[in-house]
Write a protein that binds this ligand. Structure first.
Ligand code: NAI
Length: 296
């Protein structure tokens, strides 16, 4: 067993939907956690959101009040990237953009030790490309959680061309120790889940664009007849259209413009309007009032 030990510090960069969820998972597993976000106040908001979620669990009797206090105590906001020094594992969960991610990884190399594992939560970008140019590219690998991270069991452990076996094994065993179902895959565009999921969104969007049915009808059919937990539109609204559109573009580009993965103009428009889904209050659905929320 090569899982991290509980006293190893886990740092999370990006305190959005995924980063906050991942920080919660690591803190619940017993690690001291440092949460950093480049946007002012975002890490504090991320931490506050986690604590509010834990409070709801305590109210429902699903979490002990003492355990909530212990988790809160382990979860610390980092004011600067430099404060991540001393971490044994850094998990990056920032914007889905290769250049930005590479800059963050390059900066991290000057801060953390050469043994620190650098993991990316990217949904679709090449782990190989993220690691390229680093002094120690072998310690870079994908650790791909699903949304919401504290709830979803699956974690993809993604090997880039240069990833060391030892780093991959540690990530795999650590994910298991965190109660996750870990699966190994390579850095192929979209990995396993986001590759297979592309047509789920794309065909839904094509049906909508052809006027075959509205979003709510397609969602209801996929849920009720298809047995999916969520239909494509409510799931895209949950993921965030900025993220989902970036993933589609990245998979489309990585497959040299294969039309199977062509991005949707409808989704491009939603991103342009800032209608990003649940996180902005509006996407395919309006989240302004509870009455308009789609079924969970
Ligand atoms: P988000 O938009 O909710 O949060 C991203 C956070 O990163 C923001 O708080 C932003 O201020 C911060 N950030 C941006 N650039 C930064 C930088 N240079 N340094 C530090 N912080 C920075 O995004 P979300 O949904 O959490 O996605 C993050 C990553 O996780 C992306 O790579 C995405 O593809 C991946 N992912 C997303 C899933 C989803 O369902 N939303 C599922 C699985 C993976």
């Amino acid at each position: 067993m090569t899982a991290l030990s509980k006293d190893n510090i886990v740092a999370v960069i990006g305190a959005g939907a995924m980063g906050a969820g991942i920080a919660q998972v690591a803190a619940q597993a017993g690690h001291p956690v440092r949460l950093f976000d480049a946007k002012e106040g975002a890490a504090e908001r991320g931490r506050a959101g986690i604590l509010a979620g834990l409070d709801r669990l305590v109210e429902r009797g699903r979490l002990d009040a003492g355990a909530r206090e212990a988790i809160a105590g382990r979860l610390v906001v980092a004011e600067a990237l430099d404060d991540l020094q001393g971490a044994s594992l850094v998990i990056e969960a920032i914007i889905e953009n290769l250049d930005v991610k590479r800059k963050v990884f390059a900066a991290l190399e000057g801060i953390v030790g050469s043994e620190t594992i650098l993991a990316t939560n990217t949904s679709s970008l090449s782990v190989t490309a993220i690691a390229t140019g680093l002094d120690h590219p072998g310690r870079v690998a994908g650790l791909h959680f699903f949304n919401p991270a504290p709830v979803m069991k699956l974690v993809e452990i993604v090997s880039g061309l240069a990833s060391d076996r030892g780093a991959l094994d540690t990530l795999f065993d650590t994910a298991l120790a965190w109660g996750k179902a870990a699966v190994r895959t390579t850095s192929t565009p979209g990995f396993i889940v986001n590759r297979v999921a592309r047509p789920f969104y794309a065909e839904g969007l094509r049906l909508l664009e052809e006027g075959a049915a509205d979003a709510a009808t397609i969602d209801a059919i996929l849920r009720e007849a298809g047995g999916f937990r969520m239909g494509p539109f409510e799931l895209m609204d949950l993921i965030g259209h900025d993220v989902n559109y970036a993933v589609t573009r990245s998979v489309f580009d990585a497959y040299f413009g294969d039309p199977r993965f062509r991005p949707s103009l409808t989704q491009q428009e939603l991103v342009a309007a800032g209608w990003l889904g649940r996180k902005s209050g509006r996407g395919f659905y309006d989240y302004g009032t509870d009455a308009e929320k789609p079924a969970p």
